[in-house]
Design a protein around this ligand. Structure first.
Ligand code: PEP
Ligand code: MG
Length: 556
């Protein structure tokens, strides 16, 4: 068994043989007039191919094809290409340089235009394909198609009757490949290294976790077989529920929102029907670069995300580093126990400069939308008081600089048992709470989730743990505060039932999970359980029964 990691471009789970699509090496070194003739012929052939399909395409697909047609007919594209050919470059290099030049213009714009840049890249592949006369793979048995690059147009044209899912090295979550795969309800893994895949082996494509399991064990296959049947039906129906607005038992809105790490995720969350952002993990903006993002850079991103959702809350969590989250250009002093050391808000209060820059960016971005600010890993009221002092300092600096700002609602994450025990004490200092169950679990059970030797203790359904969650929800409501959850547990279907039953106000999950949760909430009913003396298997039995009932109502 071998696991290949990637990014989920489209959710769902599938099992089947791998069909490795190795594309022909393209030797396209035509020059001069011959190169121009090849271009004209390829252009006409491709236009004809695109036009022939135009009528039976979905709106998104048509949008893509119209963009291709526009570019193929753009005289400036051809002029630039011919200039390159006249300079003596061969056909392939000239097309590559031309598409690169057009791509660059789009790359400097917003995310949606970046998506267009990917389309230009993909169009280049279509031009080369037409010149060498390459055909689409025809699958003889149900298969997972794996290739270095599957372009959106190729996906549109590959017969779907035996296509179970796709793995492509190239592509982004907002690329047309991903959007079309989501519309087709086809699991897709992108950004996966396909070099080690032989082809012909059995594989499980888990578009939820973003992994491909090669040569799985029979137990894995059995486990996924069940999931597969369930997902096929659920996911198909879920697409219709993207815009559904769920209600809590008391009739108030039940928020299902998205966890994001960048602007691209925010667009994806919006597309999937998110009712706001429950967690913006801003530390991702600090990674993969050589220095921290400036106030201005952060402001631009926060403002865009805030404005994208306007009336729905966008919860921006301040930097959460330390523990296992390191930023390469920040020097961390060695700690014996990093998970119990300078993490989250503790680090921000210790190393105030970056924190204050971020606070200023959030304060400025909060004008005219519903941005909320949230501090991670808080234990005590004193930490909130200290952090708010820095908010005040940030305000004073902005005033001095003559910059406009708004102080947004301020909340904290509940990630340690002590923070939950302290909820009453937070009453006068915070506006809302969000349960970070990833950390809360490990700090409650004293279990490192990545340590196999103690994996038997990873028991998120232990009733005692749910007692703690219940206490958090009840205590927050008692002091009149809003409480959500942004840990992974919220996206687990059985946990989702329990959270709804306990009256939580919001569940925030990975964007692709949103439609399924909305579908579930359309048929959800409260489960009455008292965790007091319940054993874990008893709780799971109750939940399974309840879950089964909902499934029947949904019709799966
Ligand atoms: C959590 O701990 O549950 C959480 C959402 O924070 P992170 O996963 O970013 O640590
Ligand atoms: Mg956490």
């Amino acid at each position: 068994m071998k696991i290949i990691k990637g990014i989920s471009g489209s959710p769902g789970v599938t099992i089947g043989k791998v069909f490795l699509w190795i594309k022909k090496e393209k030797d396209l070194n035509y020059k001069g007039d011959e190169a121009k003739k090849i271009w004209r012929e390829a252009k006409e052939a491709l236009k004809e191919e695109l036009n022939n399909r135009l009528l039976d395409l979905s709106e998104t697909e048509r949008d893509l094809v119209n963009f291709y047609l526009l570019l193929l007919d753009d005289p400036t594209f051809e002029e630039f290409l011919f200039e390159k050919i006249d300079e003596g470059l061969d056909f392939k290099t000239a097309v590559e340089i031309t598409t690169e030049r057009f791509k660059k213009e789009f790359l400097n714009l917003d995310v949606y235009f970046k998506m267009r840049a990917q389309d230009i890249e993909a169009l280049k592949e279509e031009i080369f394909r037409v010149v060498v006369g390459e055909s689409y793979p025809s699958l003889e048995e149900p298969s997972i198609l794996v290739s270095k690059e599957v372009t959106p147009w190729q996906l549109i044209n590959i017969p779907k009757d035996k296509l179970l899912g796709i793995v492509s090295e190239k592509g982004g979550v907002l690329s047309h490949l991903s959007i079309i795969a989501r519309n087709l309800n086809l699991p897709l893994l992108i950004g996966a290294n396909v070099l080690e895949i032989k082809g012909g082996e059995l594989a499980i494509l888990d578009g939820e976790k973003g992994i491909l399991i090669l040569d799985p064990s029979s137990q894995e296959v059995e486990k996924y077989q069940r999931l597969y049947e369930r997902y096929k039906i659920l996911q198909k129906k879920a697409i219709e529920f993207k815009n559904y607005v769920p209600k809590k038992e008391n009739g108030e809105k039940f928020f299902i929102s998205g966890n994001i790490g960048n602007l691209e995720d925010a667009f994806l969350a919006l597309e999937q029907g998110a009712m706001g952002i429950g967690l913006f993990r801003t530390e991702f903006l600090f990674l993969e670069r050589n220095d921290p993002p400036s106030e201005e850079e952060q402001y631009e991103i926060y403002k865009k995300v805030g404005d994208l959702f306007l009336n729905y809350p966008v919860i921006i969590r301040t930097l959460d580093i330390g523990g296992d989250k390191n930023v390469p250009y920040i020097q961390f002093e060695r700690e014996e126990n990093p998970f119990l050391g300078l993490r989250g808000i503790r680090w921000s209060l210790y190393e105030k400069v970056l924190f204050k820059t971020q606070l200023k960016a959030i304060l400025r971005a909060s004008i005219g939308n519903n941005i909320h600010m949230m501090f991670p890993m808080v234990d005590l009221v004193e930490e909130v008081i200290e952090a708010k002092k820095l908010v005040k300092e940030a305000v004073e600096e902005l005033e001095k600089e003559g910059k406009e700002y708004k102080i947004p609602p301020i909340g904290i994450m509940l990630e340690t048992p002590i923070s939950i025990l302290n909820i009453n004490r937070f009453a006068d200092f915070v506006d809302f709470f969000s349960l970070g169950t990833n950390d809360l679990f490990q700090y409650t059970f004293a279990v490192d989730r990545t340590n196999e030797k103690v994996s038997y203790l990873y028991r998120p359904y232990h009733p005692a743990f749910w007692d703690l969650i219940k206490e958090a929800i009840d205590s927050a409501h008692k002091i009149g505060k809003w409480i959500g959850i942004c840990g992974e547990l919220g996206g687990d279907l059985r946990a989702f039932l329990l959270l709804y039953s306990l009256g939580i106000d919001e569940v925030s999950v990975a964007p692709l999970r949103i439609p399924i949760l909305k579908l579930l909430s359309s048929k959800i009913a409260k489960v009455d359980v008292s965790f007091d003396s319940l054993q874990e298997d008893e709780l799971l039995e109750v939940l399974d029964k309840h879950y089964q009932k909902i499934m029947e109502e949904i019709g799966s």
